[in-house]
Write a protein that binds this ligand. Structure first.
Ligand SMILES: *[C@@H]1O[C@H](CO)[C@@H](O)[C@H](O)[C@H]1NC(C)=O
Ligand SMILES: *[C@@H]1O[C@H](CO)[C@@H](O)[C@H](O)[C@H]1NC(C)=O
Ligand SMILES: *[C@@H]1O[C@H](CO)[C@@H](O)[C@H](O)[C@H]1NC(C)=O
Ligand SMILES: *[C@@H]1O[C@H](CO)[C@@H](O)[C@H](O)[C@H]1NC(C)=O
Ligand SMILES: *[C@@H]1O[C@H](CO)[C@@H](O)[C@H](O)[C@H]1NC(C)=O
Ligand SMILES: *[C@@H]1O[C@H](CO)[C@@H](O)[C@H](O)[C@H]1NC(C)=O
Length: 787
């Protein structure tokens, strides 16, 4: 028994000795490491108390140096030098310094501030500090790029490199640091635009990039639902207001190049305390609801071009301490809640157009001129120089001011020299990865749109609001060279967006005064006109009158389709070099049919009776057909705006058909287009259309030679009989007198696709033949027939 006790005591003793020995060893190695750090940092005064006898793991510390241990291993090291510490001498080596830190393998928190450290962060070495969670190396002289190897610090939560000289672009691998919650890079020399991957850092709470040389759009940050602080001041970001989550507490965009409107969503940032958008070129209305956000304490919109009228009866949050409206274009009166002279609230509102105030306001003439400056009206009425401009601008549904909707359209034919210029088109940039959509309502409506139809818009930038500056810049200030044409209700301009994307901009002048609100419903509808086979809507811009914020002009931005109308691509002479071959004609017909299918069933409310003609279809560079003239709802019933438009209001009964077959007038028009595609020429009257239909019906049952004899000479030899027959059949059916007898658009599509397939199969066959050495040109009359 006694022996047993003895034995176990011995064991305990041995164990103790061993562990003491171990700790001593660790202690001494840690001590050496820290003393080496002191030496490498050239003995900063902050570390003057460190020596070989110091017990680093004792809980003592002062504000300039702190060492924290956990179970005798150093987990935190904070060293803060004197502010404005000079550069360390030449023999300082950041590589040796970081290598030394590797000897503290449990280090989680590292603060090395104002120590005069210089050099580029050594990637290979820093990647080995894998336990690091929080790093603050502000106020040194570190330079170079952020090394890629940093991405292996998978525990990193906080990275603060403020006040250094780091440069280059923000790396796009930041989202490989999934735990990152704080990223602060203020006052460095970073440049370039922000990587989209920033939008994946879902844990990010603080993002501060102030005072660098960043530029361009801010990537979509709406997925960063934890983001509370976003500081982008002192860069060249813009022009669009960033897309953000709603939990922001502090948003600082001061001193950038933002030039858009301030979206109304900002008034839903219910936790917002600080909003500073000063010193930009924001335009459009100021949202008075910002004043009454529950937590708002600091609101600075000074130095912009925000307009709108304020009323005395507006309410303000009681938390508001600073309001700076100065240097904008606000009118009306200062809200009463801001007038009280309390000491703990600063209210600045000089250099606006307010009435009866103590702080200096602009003189009336300035206010009026500025109002005009916001609403410059281009005077160019006529296009003078020699290049020809064609304009597909059809007004469907009656005259302006009539009860019907005004349908607008675009389209554009530039010929000759102008066309040659288009030959090196800019690459399309898909610059926004944002989900398309303008308001939540649109997103909810999206469920009506089938998946395939949504996919069809892929490749277009998402629908968005444009700022007036963007429109001006795109059209080179409505330069004559951008002018494409004019109708009774406005002009049409061609433009190029910053990213090189070509657009057609429709400018509509308002004759009555409506607020933006009156148009939101229409804008939501318009934003849905996006499909591969439509000239699609890309966005809009409202221009408002200064005095009362009513709309003076609306700009609708559409994609620009450069290759001319379908009509110019179908010609009877067969010699025109740019005449479509048979396969391309079928493809174009399929495109139009798909466009019609989208108008009928891809959007709610459906759009019928589009009165389509071959001049209402444009071809893009890849000869993809796009319908450019459709019933675009804009001003429902000018006399009664506010009712919005009902689904029946969006149709124009152009042909006297019962609404029961409302989709069938487009089918008839499609039949006419098909006829022109097959014949290579347009019928001159409805009678002639009917006559040709009968000819088609007769030749379908007749012999092949007869059929071929009536086809456009340009494709006569290259079309396969079976394909031709199918096309003629479906064409004749579309032209049935009784709407009920006309096929559905799905039926039409099926037949067209069949015609394409047989043609394609034959072409494949004939190509195989020619590779055999036989003279099988695709323009040879077919020898194969399909029955
Ligand atoms: C750097 O040089 C200084 C003298 O100029 C010397 O005191 C210091 O120990 C050197 N530091 C290193 C890390 O060699
Ligand atoms: C911290 O300790 C160092 C060394 O003992 C000393 O020089 C420094 O003044 C102390 N700082 C503060 C704020 O107490
Ligand atoms: C980095 O550390 C310094 C010194 O402790 C501190 O003043 C600064 O606020 C820290 N930076 C951030 C962004 O927290
Ligand atoms: C960023 O700055 C570096 C120099 O620091 C320069 O070489 C580079 O071209 C700049 N990049 C961009 C995209 O401006
Ligand atoms: C508002 O911002 C401007 C410019 O950014 C600045 O000069 C001004 O001091 C700020 N106003 C207040 C009250 O902080
Ligand atoms: C505030 O006053 C304006 C005009 O003075 C008026 O149109 C508006 O209805 C008022 N709003 C409220 C909430 O009383």
């Amino acid at each position: 028994m006694a022996e047993q006790v003895h034995l176990s005591m011995l064991l305990v003793l041995v164990t103790l000795l061993l562990s003491i020995h171990h700790t001593e060893q660790e202690d001494s190695s840690q001590t050496q490491t820290l003393l080496r750090i002191k030496r490498l940092l050239n003995f900063p005064t902050a570390l003057s108390s460190w020596n070989s006898r110091t017990d680093f793991c004792s809980p003592e510390s002062n504000s300039s140096e702190t060492v924290v241990c956990y179970e005798d291993a150093i987990t935190q090291l904070h060293i803060i030098g004197e502010s404005k510490a000079p550069l360390l001498p030449k023999n300082f080596s950041i590589d040796s310094f970081i290598t030394t830190l590797i000897r503290l393998p449990h280090l989680k928190v590292l603060t090395l501030v104002s120590l005069g450290m210089w050099g580029p962060l050594p990637g290979k070495i820093i990647g080995r500090l894998s336990s690091l969670e929080i790093v603050n190396m502000s106020s040194n002289f570190l330079y170079g790029a952020i090394p890629q190897e940093l991405s292996s610090l998978s525990n990193l939560q906080t990275l603060i490199l403020d006040d250094n000289m780091f440069a280059g672009q923000l790396p796009d691998w930041l989202d490989s640091l999934p735990a990152l919650t704080v990223l602060s890079l203020r006052n460095n020399l970073f440049n370039g635009s922000l990587p989209y991957s920033l939008g994946n850092l879902e844990n990010l709470r603080i993002l501060s990039l102030s005072h660098n040389h960043f530029y361009g759009g801010v990537p979509d940050l709406r997925r960063l639902t934890n983001l509370q602080v976003l500081e982008l001041d002192g860069n060249a970001f813009g022009p669009q207001f960033p897309r953000l989550g709603t939990k922001l507490v502090s948003l600082v965009l001061r001193n950038n190049r933002f030039r858009s409107g301030v979206p109304a969503e900002v008034t839903s940032y219910y936790q917002l305390q600080r909003l500073d958008i000063s010193s930009n070129s924001f335009v459009g209305p100021f949202h008075p609801a910002l004043l009454s956000l529950p937590s708002i304490t600091y609101l600075n919109i000074s130095g912009n071009k925000l307009s709108g009228m304020l009323f005395e009866n507006l309410t303000c949050s009681s938390e508001l301490k600073v309001v700076d409206f100065s240097s904008n274009l606000l009118t009306g009166s200062l809200p009463r809640c801001l007038q009280s002279n309390s000491n703990d609230r600063t209210v600045l509102y000089g250099r606006n157009c307010f009435q009866d105030t103590n702080q200096n306001q602009h003189l009336l003439p300035f206010c009026h001129t500025e109002a005009l400056a916001v609403g410059i009206l281009p005077e160019r009425k006529k296009h003078k120089d020699g290049s020809k401009v064609g304009l597909c601008l059809s007004i469907v549904g009656g005259t302006l001011g009539g009860v019907a909707l005004v349908a607008l359209i675009f389209f554009i034919v530039r010929r000759g020299r102008a066309r040659r210029k288009m030959k090196n088109p800019p690459t399309r940039l898909i610059s926004e990865n944002a989900a398309s959509g303008y308001t939540s309502k649109i997103l909810s409506d999206a469920r009506y749109i089938s998946q395939t139809m949504k996919l069809a818009t892929v490749g277009l930038p998402s629908y968005r609001t444009f700022s007036l500056e963007e429109i001006e810049e795109a059209t080179n200030n409505f330069n004559t060279a951008s002018f494409m044409g004019e109708s009774s209700n406005g002009q049409m301009y061609r433009g190029r967006l910053r990213d090189g994307f070509l657009v057609a901009i429709r400018c509509l002048k308002m004759r009555k005064r409506y607020s933006i609100h009156n148009f939101m419903h229409h804008i939501e509808l318009i934003s849905k006109f996006r499909h591969r086979h439509l000239v699609s809507a890309l966005g809009h811009c409202f221009e408002c009158y200064l005095e009362d914020s009513t709309v003076s002009r609306i700009f609708l931005v559409f994609e620009y389709v450069p290759n001319g109308t379908l009509k110019t691509w179908i010609s009877a002479d067969g010699h025109s070099r740019k005449s479509l071959n048979w396969t391309q004609r079928i493809e174009a017909a399929i495109g139009i049919a798909k466009g019609i299918q989208f108008l009928h069933s891809g959007i709610v409310p459906a759009v019928y009776s589009n009165n389509l003609k071959t001049t209402d279809v444009l071809l893009d560079r890849n000869l993809v057909a796009k319908i450019c003239s459709y019933n675009l709802p804009l001003l429902a019933n000018i006399g009664k705006v506010g009712h919005g438009i009902s689904s029946s209001g969006s149709k124009i009964p152009s042909v006297k058909e019962s609404t029961k077959h409302e989709d069938k007038s487009d089918i008839y028009d499609f039949g006419v287009i098909l006829q022109e595609i097959i014949l290579g020429r347009a019928a001159k009257s409805r009678n002639e259309v009917d006559g040709l239909k009968i000819l088609f019906q007769a030749s379908i049952v007749g012999d092949e030679e007869g059929r071929r004899s009536i086809v456009d000479a340009g494709v006569r030899l290259s079309c396969l009989d079976e394909s031709l027959k199918t096309m003629m059949e479906i064409c004749a059916r579309c032209l049935a007198k009784d709407p009920a007898e006309r096929p559905s658009i799905e039926d039409v599509l099926w037949n067209l696709q069949f015609a394409a397939q047989v043609q394609d199969a034959w072409r494949g066959e004939s190509q195989t033949q020619s590779s055999d050495g036989s003279p099988g040109s695709p323009f040879q009359p077919p020898r194969l027939t399909f029955h």
